[in-house]
Write a protein that binds this ligand. Structure first.
Ligand SMILES: Cc1cc2nc3c(=O)[nH]c(=O)nc-3n(C[C@H](O)[C@H](O)[C@H](O)COP(=O)(O)OP(=O)(O)OC[C@H]3O[C@@H](n4cnc5c(N)ncnc54)[C@H](O)[C@@H]3O)c2cc1C
Length: 288
């Protein structure tokens, strides 16, 4: 690992200035649980690492009846240790509790997971099905984009040079809404998902599904919002028939590769099974 300057700015403006000055030769660091491994592995040859954990804005975590706002450097343990967030957003807790182990969760967060932008990132699909929005800031000002549009390829994303993810905003959709995330890994923990699925449903006053989202991990170059599967659920009675149909559609909306972790057929089958499971879990969480 080549020597690099360590900086720890206390404002977004300062962080953006340093990142803009160094261009490709600098990277933001949140928990560092991906970044430091990647620097050691030679993926980056950096002049500066910009520690963003000292910026108050990136460490805020607020949850009210309207929305959850989560700074990009908030570590996983702060998310699942908050009883109200656990109650309101159980699908987010599914992810925060399974990323790495306790030590990793005390540093790593969902912001870093998203910015690392791997198709297998366990935090990304749970954010997509919650309709999370990524709030970004750079030298040209602020902008916000839906999380489903954030990742552009394996390890690449919509951030421009010098830009940082400041926070994630998640609407609170009330007690008739819930979500869930499940992944399949060969071991019980500390592994990369062979496939993962997050689902969410909102039940309307007529008892039918008013809106739904299904998102797929590890089965394409980016996390995928399975639009056809999601739309297939709308207006239906929540239950076996609608969920099985969504699972069957979801497995046609991915483009998995074959590698040492699993075959294409196995991954498609997992998408089907996990879609049904996570939809059932979301419904159970609503009390259905
Ligand atoms: C032992 C171990 C187990 C793991 N298990 C899992 C697992 O089960 N599931 C899983 O998904 N991942 C896992 N990971 C990977 C990693 O822990 C997660 O991806 C984690 O969420 C990364 O968060 P971080 O805050 O540490 O990110 P960092 O390492 O700080 O950053 C990751 C990338 O995003 C960039 N970045 C970070 N924050 C910002 C920002 N605000 N704006 C712009 N760019 C930013 C960095 O420059 C870097 O390129 C594991 C890693 C280890 C070492």
């Amino acid at each position: 690992m080549q020597p690099f300057a360590y900086t720890a700015p206390t404002t977004v403006k300062e962080a953006v200035e340093i990142l803009t000055k160094h261009g490709d030769k600098a990277r933001p660091m949140a928990g560092g649980t991906d970044l430091l491994v990647q620097i050691r592995g030679g993926k980056f040859n950096l002049d500066a690492v910009v520690d963003i954990k000292k910026i108050p804005e990136l460490n805020t975590l607020s949850n009210d009846s309207k929305s959850l706002n989560m700074g990009a450097a908030v570590p996983c343990h702060r998310i699942y240790e908050d009883p109200k967030i656990s109650e309101d957003f159980p699908g987010l807790i599914d992810a925060a509790e399974l990323i790495g182990g306790i030590q990793i969760q005390s540093r790593a967060g969902l912001g870093g997971n998203l910015c690392n932008s791997t198709p297998s990132g366990d935090g990304i699909c749970p954010l997509i099905v919650l309709s999370a929005v990524a709030n970004i800031e750079g030298s040209n000002g602020k902008r916000s984009i839906p999380v489903e549009d954030f990742c552009t390829g394996p390890g690449t994303n919509a951030l421009k040079s010098g830009e940082i993810l400041v926070s994630l905003s998640i609407p609170n959709q009330g007690s008739k809404f819930s979500s869930a995330y499940e992944r399949f890994i060969p071991r019980n923990e500390m592994d990369i998902a062979v496939a993962g699925v997050a689902s969410s449903i909102l039940i309307g006053s007529n008892g039918k599904i008013e809106s739904a989202r299904v998102a797929l991990a590890s089965v394409g170059p980016t996390p995928i919002l399975a639009k056809k599967a999601s739309e297939s659920l709308i207006g239906k009675e929540p239950g076996e028939a609608a969920f099985n149909e969504a699972g069957a559609i979801a497995k046609t909306e991915c483009s998995p590769i074959e590698d040492m972790r699993g075959s294409i057929d196995q991954r498609r089958h997992l998408v089907d099974v996990l879609t049904v499971r996570t939809l059932n879990k979301s419904l159970e969480r609503i009390g259905g």
